[in-house]
Write a protein that binds this ligand. Structure first.
Ligand SMILES: Cc1cc2nc3c(=O)[nH]c(=O)nc-3n(C[C@H](O)[C@H](O)[C@H](O)COP(=O)(O)OP(=O)(O)OC[C@H]3O[C@@H](n4cnc5c(N)ncnc54)[C@H](O)[C@@H]3O)c2cc1C
Length: 372
């Protein structure tokens, strides 16, 4: 069985893999290039599959306490009228039927504290200078000049993964979709007790509770030329986009000000072909399959990757067989999320029929509810 693992990248995927492996008795070192190990201050939606994965990782209670878990979604017309009754999970139903949200830094805090408590050696402000592998190990030189051998290296360094560039120099590059995502942290009125998604307008807008007193609002804007938005223009730009919406949106718009926490990201995607490993170096999370937020499932996929990798590696003495078994469980699932999410964005840009868009999402969501 493998005994030592280096994880490159301490995001959601890397931290999950670190925790899951350490709990199975593996000696884990985790490095992150950010000396302060920060994460930007935006909200994240946690779908049923992500809640189930966090439950399996043993952090769901803390997510409930420091984030927000609810039992459904309220569809709205962009002008503010409900589009039917809210979807509801039956009382006592499993996490897969629920939804939720949390601030990224809060999730990072929950996971990083567990990682340290599990005895993982965390090294910050360093990255990999070079890998050299043979049949039984990988010799890794870090940018601080240190050098060590590991049974396995996990590249969890996100969409712009350097690990991917090093082992697969000809891999596809991230592609811009034509949409950008705006996120604003706002006070949560008690009536926003579940995700509220506004359909039928010039763009998709949603609100998602992230704590007892906060929510975040997202807007997906069609931005064909991938423009850069200067930070000092963000508030006015948000106010202009939100002016088109009714319901609970005008109250958020009126509260916008210089102190508003607004984050903008152009949407990009990438799906690395099977296999995501070369020898004893394997990629997980966004490094292998970066998706757009249309299914809000990127975090869930990354957590599942970490859990499945630990399960396959510790149940198998043959690393090649374990990584092949990992791919058998991960590739089609990640492909479904990435392709459905990208297609959803294309349909939004083309203003395609809403029932068609919902149908596509429902089919994929049903498939993801199956065991991973
Ligand atoms: C706009 C937007 C909104 C989203 N909303 C949602 C949502 O609501 N719900 C959801 O589930 N998903 C969402 N996602 C997707 C989700 O954020 C990602 O799928 C998830 O963060 C992937 O985790 P990861 O650990 O693979 O990568 P990351 O979270 O990117 O972590 C990578 C880590 O690696 C480190 N790193 C980078 N390069 C190096 C290097 N060379 N050496 C060492 N360390 C390095 C970074 O500092 C970072 O800590 C969204 C994505 C976008 C773009």
């Amino acid at each position: 069985m493998i005994q030592t693992v280096l994880i490159v990248g301490g995001g959601i995927g890397g931290m999950t893999a670190a925790l899951a492996l350490a709990r199975r008795g593996v000696t884990v070192t985790l490095i992150d290039s950010d000396p302060a190990w920060r994460v930007y201050g935006a909200g994240i939606t946690i779908t049923g599959m992500s809640l189930r994965a966090f439950d399996d990782l043993g952090v769901l209670d803390e997510i409930r306490a420091r984030g927000f878990v609810h039992d459904g979604m309220r569809p709205m017309k962009f002008t503010g009228e409900p589009l039917g009754p809210p979807m509801r999970a039956p009382p006592g139903s499993p996490p897969i039927l629920h939804g939720g949200g949390i601030m990224r830094p809060v999730l990072h805090d929950i996971l990083s504290m567990r990682v340290r408590a599990a005895g993982v050696a965390v090294k910050l402000g360093v990255t990999v200078e070079a890998f050299e592998q043979d049949v039984s190990s990988v010799n890794v030189t870090l940018t601080d000049g240190s050098n060590a051998r590991y049974d396995l290296v996990v590249g969890a360094d996100g969409i712009f993964s350097k690990t991917r560039d090093m082992i697969f120099p000809d891999a596809p590059k991230p592609q811009f979709t034509g949409q950008g995502c705006w996120r604003i942290v706002a006070d949560r009125p008690p009536e926003i007790d579940r995700a509220e998604i506004y359909f039928g307008g010039p763009m998709k807008l949603g609100m998602s509770p992230i704590s007892q007193d906060q929510m975040y609002v997202f807007l997906l804007e069609h931005v064909p030329g991938n423009p850069w938005f200067a930070p000092e223009t963000h508030v006015a730009h948000m106010a202009e986009l939100m002016a088109l919406f009714g319901g609970n949106v005008p109250a958020v718009r009126e509260a916008l000000g210089e102190d508003s926490q607004i984050v903008y990201r152009p949407l990009e995607w990438l799906l690395l072909p099977d296999p995501w490993y070369q020898g004893r170096i394997v990629l997980i999370g966004d490094a292998a399959h970066a998706t757009t937020p249309h299914m809000a499932s990127g975090a869930g996929l990354a957590v599942e990757d970490g859990l499945v990798l630990a399960e396959e590696l510790t149940g198998n003495d043959d690393v090649a067989a374990a990584l092949s078994a990992f791919m058998d469980r991960r590739f089609e699932r990640a492909k479904l999320v990435v392709e459905t999410s990208v297609r959803q964005g294309e349909m939004e840009i083309a203003n395609a029929d809403r029932m068609q868009q919902t149908g596509l999402l429902m089919t994929a969501t049903k498939a993801l509810a199956q065991p991973y």
